[in-house]
Design a protein around this ligand. Structure first.
Ligand code: TXA
Ligand code: MG
Length: 530
C-alpha cells in the first residue's frame, strides 16, 4: 500500500475525510500526539487500525468528536460531572470513559461495556471529524510498543506503507497522550495521567482516585482498569532504566556507566560526562512532556547499550511523564545508593565514627568483617593455602589470623601477595553487602580502601589519620596484640602523603572525639548531600 502524504489544508482535510468515509485509516495531527483514525461505526476499518499498529486486541480505542452533542449517540448516559469536565477541559487533552451505546463498533471498546471519548482542540483534527461527519476512533499513530508519535516524521517512520494516508502537519503541542478519567466507576478514577493534571481534575472530582497502574506495575492476575496500562510501551529499541535520584546522585551514577546515554534535566547537564539528552527543566512537566517521545526515539540513534533516565517528580504534568517512563523502562527502576568510603591508617579512630554515621541515616559496612567472611569462603582459603602454606590454618581448617598476619606483614612482597589473593573476594562481597543493605546511604569502612580497589564502590572518600604514637596506643588496647606485631602493622600501612594525593577530605584525629565527630559530620554533609 502507498501511504498518501496529505497537506494540512482544506484539500488534505477533504481527502482524509473521504478516505475515512470509505472505511480507510489515516493518521491525523492532534494537540497531544498524532492519531491513527477510522470510523468508530465501522468494525472493518477499526480492525485495520489494530493490524497496522500490531495492537493487542484487548486494548480499546478512544473515540474523537468535534461537538459536545456528538456524545449523545456514543454513550448510554451523560453524568453531570462529565458536563462539568467538558465545560472546563474540552476541546483539549482529556478523555472521559462512559458507559457505551450500542452503535459503537465492538472492537472499538475491545469487549468492554464502556467507551472512551475526547474532543481534541487541534484545528486540523476537528476539521477532519466535521468534514467526515463521523466519530473517529484513533489510537496513537505508532507501532504498538514504540514511543508515541509527536511529529508526522514519527508516523511515517513507523507506519509508512501500512496506512492509507497521513496528514503532514506541525509537531504536537502537548507531546503526551490525553489524560484518561473514568466516570463509569465510583469513585471516578484517573486511568492515565496527561496534560490535564490530577490536581486540576480534583477541583471537579474531589473523590478522584489515581489508579494503581498509573505509577506501579500490576502483579500477575491483577486487572488494569485501562488495558493499555498493562503493557511495556513507549520503548526505544535500546534498554531503558528509570533512575530515582537527586541531581548529584544521578550524575555520579551515570558517569560510571560506559556505552550508555543519560537522559536528564537541564540543571544536570553540565555534570554529566557520558552522551546525554535533555528532557527540559526539572521544574516543568510541560516541557518534559513535549520532549519525551522525540527524545526516546533519538536514543536509538546514539547506538548505546542502555539509556538511564532521571525520574521526574510525580506531580502535575510530571506524573504523566513518569507514567510513560516506567513503561518505557519496562518497570526497571534503579534507586542508586550513595556510598562514602572511610579509610586511613590503622588506629586513627575511624571505626569509632560508626555511631555518628548511623545517627545520620547511614548504613555501615565494616570491611574488616567482610574480609573475615571472605577468608571463610572455600575458594579463598584454597588460594591462601597455596600462597602462605598449610600452617596458617588450624586442624579444623580454620584460618589462624595471627599466623597469617605474621607471615603476611613480614615484608612488602608478602603483604602484596596477601592483598592480591584476598582483595577480589572482598570486593565481590562488598558489592553484595551494598546491594543487600536496607539503607540508601552507606559508609564503607575499609583500612585498605584504595589498595584493595574498593574505592571504585564509592561516591566520595574520607580519610581519618592521627599521629603514630596515638595510633600505636589505640591498636595495643583494641586488638590485644604485642607491641612488635602492632608496629609491624603500622609500618605496613600507608603514609599521610599517600592519602593526600588521593583525596582532599582528610581529617586529623589528634584531639577529642567530639572534635572528630563534628569534622566527620561536616564532610558527610558535603559528600553525601544532606
Ligand atoms: O491523546 C490521546 O488520547 C491520543 C490521541 C491520538 O487522541 N490517543 C491515544 O490512544 O493515546 P491510545 O489508543 O494510544 O490510548 C488509549 C488509552 C489506552 O490506554 C486504552 O487502554 C485506554 O485509553 N482506553 C480506551 N478505551 C477505554 C475504556 N473504555 N476503558 C478504559 N480505558 C480505555
Ligand atoms: Mg498509544
Amino acid at each position: 500500500m502507498i501511504t498518501e502524504k496529505l497537506t494540512d489544508d482544506i484539500a488534505g482535510i477533504k481527502r482524509t475525510a473521504e478516505i475515512l468515509k470509505n472505511g480507510g485509516i489515516a493518521a491525523i495531527p492532534t494537540e497531544t500526539v498524532y492519531g491513527l483514525a477510522a470510523s468508530a461505526f465501522n468494525d472493518g476499518a477499526i480492525a485495520k487500525i489494530f493490524a497496522a499498529k500490531g495492537r493487542p486486541q484487548d486494548n480499546p480505542l478512544i473515540v474523537h468528536i468535534a461537538e459536545f452533542n456528538d456524545l449523545n449517540e456514543l454513550v448510554a448516559e451523560i453524568p453531570q460531572k462529565a458536563k462539568e469536565l467538558a465545560e472546563r477541559f474540552w476541546p483539549g487533552p482529556l478523555t472521559i470513559v462512559f458507559k457505551k451505546s450500542k452503535q459503537i463498533a465492538k472492537n472499538v471498546s475491545a469487549g468492554l461495556d464502556t467507551v472512551a471519548v475526547r474532543m481534541p482542540s487541534n484545528a486540523v483534527a476537528r476539521a477532519v471529524i466535521k468534514e467526515s461527519g463521523l466519530p473517529l476512533a484513533a489510537p496513537s499513530a505508532n507501532l504498538s510498543g514504540s514511543p508515541s508519535p509527536t511529529s508526522a516524521e514519527h508516523v511515517i517512520s513507523d507506519l509508512d506503507g501500512k496506512i492509507d494516508a497521513v496528514i503532514i502537519s506541525g509537531d504536537s503541542d502537548v507531546g503526551v497522550e490525553s489524560t484518561v478519567v473514568s466516570l463509569s466507576t465510583t469513585p471516578p478514577r484517573l486511568l492515565r495521567p496527561g496534560f490535564v493534571t490530577a490536581e486540576q481534575l480534583k477541583e471537579i472530582l474531589p473523590d478522584l482516585v489515581i489508579d494503581k497502574a498509573v505509577t506501579e506495575q500490576l502483579k500477575v492476575g491483577e486487572k488494569a482498569e485501562s488495558p493499555g496500562m498493562m503493557y511495556k510501551h513507549y520503548s526505544p529499541k535500546t534498554e531503558v532504566y528509570l533512575v530515582e535520584a537527586d541531581s548529584q546522585a544521578f550524575c555520579r551514577f551515570v558517569n560510571r556507566k560506559k556505552n550508555s546515554v543519560a537522559v536528564c534535566f537541564r540543571e544536570d547537564m553540565e555534570k554529566i560526562e557520558i552522551p546525554v539528552l535533555c528532557l527540559g527543566s526539572s521544574q516543568s512537566g510541560e516541557e518534559q512532556a513535549k520532549n519525551l517521545f522525540t527524545l526516546l526515539r533519538e536514543c536509538d540513534n546514539l547506538k548505546a547499550n542502555a539509556v538511564y533516565v532521571r525520574a521526574p517528580e510525580k506531580k502535575g504534568v510530571g506524573l504523566a511523564v513518569y507514567n510513560r517512563l516506567i513503561r518505557a523502562a519496562g518497570f526497571k527502576i534503579i534507586k542508586p545508593k550513595t556510598v562514602i568510603g572511610l579509610t586511613g591508617p590503622s588506629g586513627a579512630g575511624k571505626s569509632s565514627l560508626r555511631g555518628i554515621a548511623e545517627q545520620m541515616g547511614y548504613g555501615f559496612i565494616n570491611c574488616d568483617a567482610v574480609a573475615r567472611k571472605a577468608t571463610e569462603e572455600k575458594d579463598c582459603k584454597k588460594e591462601l593455602r597455596d600462597a602462605f602454606g598449610e600452617d596458617v590454618f588450624d586442624e579444623n581448617g580454620n584460618l589462624i589470623r595471627s599466623a597469617l598476619a605474621k607471615k603476611a606483614f613480614i615484608s612488602k612482597e608478602k603483604t602484596e601477595l596477601l592483598n592480591r589473593t584476598i582483595f577480589p573476594f572482598i570486593n565481590r562481597l562488598i558489592e553484595k553487602e551494598i546491594e543487600k543493605s536496607g539503607n540508601n546511604k552507606i559508609i564503607l569502612d575499609a583500612p585498605t580502601l584504595y589498595e584493595s580497589g574498593a574505592d571504585r564502590h564509592c561516591d566520595g572518600i574520607i580519610v581519618i589519620t592521627a599521629k603514630e604514637e596515638e595510633r600505636l596506643k589505640r591498636i595495643l588496647c583494641r586488638d590485644g596484640i604485642t607491641e612488635a606485631d602492632a608496629l609491624l602493622r603500622l609500618r605496613a600501612g600507608k603514609s599521610d602523603d599517600f592519602y593526600k594525593e588521593k583525596t582532599e577530605h582528610i581529617i586529623y584525629n589528634n584531639g577529642s572525639f567530639t572534635e572528630l565527630a563534628e569534622k566527620f559530620k561536616d564532610k558527610l554533609c558535603l559528600l553525601g548531600g544532606n
